[in-house]
Design a protein around this ligand. Structure first.
Ligand SMILES: [Zn+2]
Length: 205
């Protein structure tokens, strides 16, 4: 065994003994290098920046108000929201008043694999966009569906076919089936028209 390998495995063992988990690597990547698992706020901010660019380029979604990103446990929702929005709460987006400025605060659980983490941000940023533009407030199903729609494409565009398909299978959750409706619409009319359709839905009532 090479010396480096030996030290690395020793490091892992010690870390495992101390924390019950191990990500130890010799020479450890700087926190500014691209990490595979997002567990600090520098990485989270980098991921946020990348996803904002993705949403802008692929969905013309731009968020104007400041976005704060936090790693932490997501607030537990009441049973009603659980029932309607699904059972997996790894991300959340809410607004926060900072003086005269309204900011979006996105919370994501730490320790997610990078692409997965970014797909959650993609979903939550779409909610931030909806709240800024006051979209779909009377269409909760489509509101959730639209966020899953960008998340779905993000996953597909990053070779996460299996994860993307999982989103389509959330039919049993009350709000879950709208993603499939949106995808059907997109297949027929294209992305731009789909985006317009969703953004204008509220105005038509
Ligand atoms: Zn959502």
């Amino acid at each position: 065994m090479e010396f480096n390998e030996f030290i690395t495995s020793l490091g892992r063992t010690i870390e495992y003994l101390l924390t019950g988990q191990s990500n130890f690597r010799l020479g450890g990547t700087s926190e500014f290098a691209v990490a595979n698992v997002i567990d600090n706020e520098v990485q989270a901010k980098m991921a946020l920046k990348e996803v904002r660019l993705y949403l802008k380029e692929n969905f013309s979604i731009e968020i104007l108000q400041p976005v704060i990103i936090k790693l932490g446990q997501v607030q537990t929702l009441d049973w009603k929201s659980r029932l309607t929005s699904g059972f997996f709460h790894i991300g959340n987006c809410s607004t926060k008043q900072m003086g005269h400025i309204t900011a979006h605060e996105i919370t994501v659980v730490p320790g997610l694999e990078r692409v997965k983490f970014k797909s959650v941000i993609c979903h939550e940023l779409t909610h931030a966009f909806q709240s800024e533009k006051r979209l779909l407030r009377n269409f909760k199903g489509y509101k959730e569906g639209m966020a899953r729609w960008t998340e779905y494409h993000f996953l597909l565009d990053h070779q996460q076919v299996e994860e993307a398909q999982k989103l389509r299978r959330f039919e049993m959750v009350i709000l879950g089936k709208m993603l499939n409706k949106i995808l059907e619409f997109e297949k027929e009319h294209g992305r731009e028209a789909t985006s317009r359709w969703l953004q204008e839905m509220e105005l038509e009532t």
